[in-house]
Structure formats: C-alpha cells, structure tokens
Design a protein around this ligand. Structure first.
Ligand code: HGY
Ligand code: MN
Ligand code: MN
Length: 436
C-alpha cells in the first residue's frame, strides 16, 4: 500500500520509497549545514563547496537510478530516462527544482523538488506503466539569487531569457560564474532548452501556512507572484563622526534608512487596499565604510517588490523613484536605481494542473488551489512550455530559515502524486486515462 493508502496509475509493486526520499534530502541538507537552535539550516550558494558536494551527490544518485546524466554550460544538471518503449525523439516530461539555498536556509527549499522528481521517475520506472515519452529530472543553477545573479539563473538560460555567454560572465564581485563552474567541474556544454519539453512540474514546500491551516496535503498553484528586484545606491560623503556637525553631513545611511521605511509603508498601504499579495522588502543593505567613527559615505541596497498584480508592483517602483528624489533634495545625496530582475506574475498551465488533479484523485489526495508568494524556476519555464507548481505543506509556514520544515509523510504523499502525474503525462493518457 503506497503512502497515499491506494495505488495510483503507477499501480506498482514499488510505490514511492519515502525512506529513500528522506535520506536524499537529509544527506544533501548535511552539505553546508549550519548550527541552529531549532531546525536544520544549510548554506549552499551556487558553486560553493556545499553546493558542489550537493551536485556530486545528485549525479551519483541519478546514475544509481539509471538515468543518463548531463551538465550544461551553466551547470544545470539533467538526468534522463528513455526506456525502449518510448519514442526517444518525443518531447520529454520534466520535473525538478534547485539545489542552492539562501544563507542559513532550510533543507526542503529546492531539495524536495529535486529528490521528489528523482524518486517519482524511479517509481514510474519500476511500475507497470508504459511510458511513450522520456522522463527527465532537472536541477537548475542559482535559483535563489544569492550569488552571481538576482535569481532563477539556470532556468532563465533554459527558457532562453539569458544567454549562456551573459550568464557565464556574471560575477560575484570576485570571480565569474564561468570560472567558478570550470574550477568545480560543473561547466558543461550546450544548454537545457525548456521550450523542447512536453511538460514541466516542480514540487516545492509552500513556504507559507495555507495548506497546514486547511489540513490539505497538496497545493496546486494557480499563479506565481511577480517579482521586481532593484539595486539602489546612495552616495553621500564619508566624514569624521566627531568633527562633522549635524548640518554639514551627507549621511548615506540616514537616507537609506528613510528609504527602508518608505518601501515598507508603500507596500503595507497597497496590500491593505489592493490584492493583499503586495509585499516590499529591503533584504540587503551594505553601508560603507561601515566604521563606528565614520559618517556612512555610501550604501548599496537590494529591494524585493512583489504582487500577483503587475500594477501594484509598478506603483511600488514609482514610489521608490519618488522617495529617491526626495532623499536627494533633503539629504544632499546622489542616488541610482537599477532593475536587472523583473519577472511578471505567471499563470500556470490548465492542462498540467488538470492532469495533477486527475493524479491526485487517483491517489485519494485532496488538493487546494492557491497562489505562490514565492518565486520559483517554474516562472521562467512557464514562459516556454506547459508548467505546473505543486506545494507540500510547510510546518508553521516557515522558510528561508533553519525553522523550515515539512513532515516526511507529506513529502511522500506529494511525491506519489508527482509520480502519478509524470506517468499520466509520459504515457500520453493525461486526462483520458481509464480507471477501473
Ligand atoms: O525569492 C523567492 O521567492 C524564492 O524563494 N527564491
Ligand atoms: Mn527559496
Ligand atoms: Mn526554492
């Protein structure tokens, strides 16, 4: 009896192996693990030691499952299963996520999606299902935007939104992505092309509390919030904190502090009067020279502005521009705003959502339709093929912290539905599958 209590279309003697899934996630969570009072934290930034160990472990596990493994020019990893029953030239059905984390993130963000995809393909492989399309497991480089880019790096290349050349030239201020990948053995060749895929499904933890509050084990996402990330620089003048009078200062950190408050106030006001999905955050703020006895001369900031309504994001951007103009006038500073990351709200595929609904009902699993306040690689893939995003419940709604947690039984149930969905999509039965 599978974790869902019933067998699905994958009607098999080897249902999802919940222990194997847990082992893969826990082992990968050990790479870059950080001490934390509660929960399990990890830091694995693109191409750092922890990320490289996670990548190497994934390659080993893909080979153990019998997948043909390849690494593309920007370090995206793909494992392919194309049995003799399938047309090798047919567009593949693909599932996956990312291995990188935020600093001191949790062990489920990204890892659940990669290893649930691997376990789902292994389950279909060992089932009685006759697949007519290849199945692939993919791990994208640099989803989180903590190093080299502002996020969804590998999936942007796979979706044709970022060229391989431009991606490899991205730098973390010390080394280019190309050099970092070459030095760690993960600078492959070619590029994954998501436009060639028949379907894409990503399983992720919800990173919120809706599923847990509703007591429902699987979320099928309708739309993913739009995200605009701004790079702000504020330049004043670094001066002696003891001999520079208050009227003579051009304190960049005072100006930046006002902008932090303005971003929070604008987003709060829009959320109260609009779609309530508007959020605005200044997650990164770096004063220079950052010395106790120097008036801060400059500050660089990273803004993260979101909503499922494009107009609400635009309102936030205009408010930032207006605040910066005020700061220049009132504090005598110079400011700049650059927006290198601007992803529109993304609708997800009805076709794939329907197939997942079919798979879930086959497994006797209740589902909830909801929007995603978090961004995902699926945003980029959805621009070039039919894509879906599934959620497993987040205990307490925590994420991007060691407190992030998903019950292992919930991970197994969601993985079973993922396996069912892949089986339906790869055996071309999708919604027309006959059930006894
Ligand atoms: O930022 C996000 O929403 C995602 O977790 N990378
Ligand atoms: Mn994340
Ligand atoms: Mn993620």
């Amino acid at each position: 009896m599978g974790p869902t209590g019933r067998y699905g279309v994958v009607d098999t003697t080897s249902d999802v192996d919940a222990d194997s899934l847990r082992t893969d996630i826990e082992r990968t969570g050990d790479f870059g693990s950080v001490a934390a009072e509660t929960g399990r934290g990890r830091t694995a930034l693109p191409a750092d030691d922890a990320n490289v160990r996670a990548r190497e472990y994934l390659l080993d596990r893909m080979e153990e499952v019998g997948l043909d493994v390849r690494v593309d020019a920007v370090g995206n990893i793909a494992g392919r299963w194309a049995p003799s029953t399938c047309d090798p030239n047919a567009a593949p059905v693909v599932a996956g996520s990312h291995l990188d984390s935020v600093p001191r993130g949790g062990i489920f963000d990204g890892l659940l999606g990669v290893y649930a995809a691997l376990e789902a393909v292994r389950t279909v492989r060992d089932s009685s299902v006759v697949v007519e399309r290849p199945l692939e497991v993919v791990s994208f480089t640099g989803e989180e935007g903590t190093r080299f880019a502002d996020g969804v790096l590998g999936s942007s290349v796979a979706a044709g939104e970022l060229s391989v050349e431009d991606a490899l030239d991205l730098s973390d201020g010390r080394v280019s992505l190309g050099t970092a990948l070459a030095e760690t053995g993960f600078r492959g060749t070619g590029r994954l092309d998501a436009s060639e895929w028949h379907a894409w499904i990503e399983l992720h933890i919800e990173q919120g509390g809706h599923l847990e509050d509703a007591g429902i084990p699987l979320g099928i996402v309708t739309d993913i919030t739009g995200t605009t990330r701004g790079h702000v620089s504020i330049d004043g003048s670094a001066d002696h904190s003891g001999t520079t009078g208050m009227q003579a200062r051009r304190d960049a950190l005072v100006a930046a502090s006002q902008l932090v408050l303005d971003v929070e106030e604008t987003a709060t006001e829009i959320a109260a009067t609009g779609t309530e999905t508007a959020v605005g955050t200044v997650g990164r703020l770096t004063p220079k020279p950052n010395a106790v006895n120097v008036v801060p001369g400059s500050v660089s900031m990273r803004l993260d502005l979101r909503s499922i309504d494009r107009l609400e994001i635009d309102r936030q951007v205009r408010a930032v521009e207006s605040s910066l103009a005020d700061l220049e006038r009132e504090h005598g500073v110079e400011t700049s705003l650059d927006i290198p990351y601007d992803i529109a709200p993304t609708q997800l595929s009805e076709r794939i959502r329907d197939t997942v609904e079919t798979a879930a009902s086959r497994c006797d699993i209740e589902t909830l339709a909801l929007h995603s306040g978090a961004g995902h690689d699926t945003m980029q893939v959805a621009n070039v093929t039919d894509a879906a995003l599934l959620f497993a419940p987040s205990a307490g709604g925590y994420s991007h912290s060691p407190k992030e947690w998903a019950e292992w039984s919930d991970c197994a149930v969601a993985t079973q539905v993922l396996a069912e969905s892949l089986a339906l999509l790869a055996s071309n039965t999708e919604r027309h599958h006959t059930y006894e």
